[in-house]
Design a protein around this ligand. Structure first.
Ligand code: ADP
Ligand code: ADP
Length: 218
């Protein structure tokens, strides 16, 4: 489903990714671990199409993503890819439901009522049925991050990338979030690639990849 070949990225004279190959299959939950500064975020940004590599190619479902023009790539990303970050980046002036629906409103394909219905279903599945009309500031850290998960799923993405999604949560909320990822993987066959320092999550994954010195060790 996702195939990356010989990905190279340099920041100035600093080689950060030195020719990475990566294959992700439908329905698997893969973790990427490694020391701070190893290049995990840089890799995730590239396979997530947010940043272009200096060399190499990424295919997603037969699309050569960096062959797309910027505008086509933005539309492709909106439809196919979900993102979850360490800090949820919810819009403070919008409700949980509005935040969840935002990527679908931007994509602009379905009627508003259909989108809101799906957003509501997602929030309910994530245990936030009675939090839909709350503002982010009225939610706990764990709840905010679950809203961010629902937002990542609203367009039914082929793949979800998460960069330290539990890095800002206490251990109980982190554990709950990890359980949620496995539930979505098992029940929806949702594909996840997760950068994490959490050893428990890394060890439970279908596959754990380790980054060191600009390369992935399988
Ligand atoms: P990780 O996610 O494993 O902590 P990063 O991908 O964030 O690693 O960073 C890898 C290396 O690239 C680090 O040395 C970091 O300082 C450097 N780096 C990351 N982003 C930039 C940038 N935008 N400009 C210059 N250097 C960067
Ligand atoms: P993490 O380790 O969680 O990936 P970082 O602190 O490495 O986070 O990076 C946070 C942001 O700062 C990223 O967008 C990254 O691209 C940027 N960044 C990291 N290192 C550098 C750097 N040396 N110069 C410029 N930008 C950087």
């Amino acid at each position: 489903m996702l195939k990356a070949r010989n990905i190279v990225r340099n920041y100035g004279n600093l080689p950060v990714l030195k020719g990475i190959d990566l294959d992700i299959h439908q329905g698997e939950l893969v973790t990427i671990v490694g020391a701070s500064g190893a290049g995990k975020s840089t890799l995730l940004q590239i396979v997530g199409t947010l940043d272009r590599p200096d060399g190499g190619q990424v295919w997603m479902d037969d699309t050569d993503v960096f062959a797309l023009k910027e505008k086509e790539l933005a539309a492709f990303r909106n439809q196919k890819i979900g993102f979850i970050f360490q800090f949820h980046n919810l819009f403070p002036e919008f409700t949980a439901l509005e935040n969840v629906c935002m990527p679908a409103f931007i994509g602009g394909k379905s009627p508003e009522a259909v989108i809101k219905n799906r957003g509501g279903e997602l929030l309910e599945m994530l245990g936030l049925k009675d939090r839909m009309q709350h503002l982010p500031s009225q939610l706990s850290g764990g709840e905010q991050q679950r809203v961010a998960v629902a937002r990542a799923l609203i367009n039914n993405p082929a793949i979800v990338f998460a960069d330290e999604p539990s890095g800002n949560l206490d251990s109980k909320n982190a554990e709950d979030l990890h359980q949620l990822f496995f539930k979505l993987r098992t029940e929806l066959r949702q594909t996840f690639v997760i950068v994490t320092h959490n050893e428990h999550l890394a060890d439970l994954a279908d596959r754990k990849l380790e980054m060191a010195d600009g390369l992935l060790r399988l």
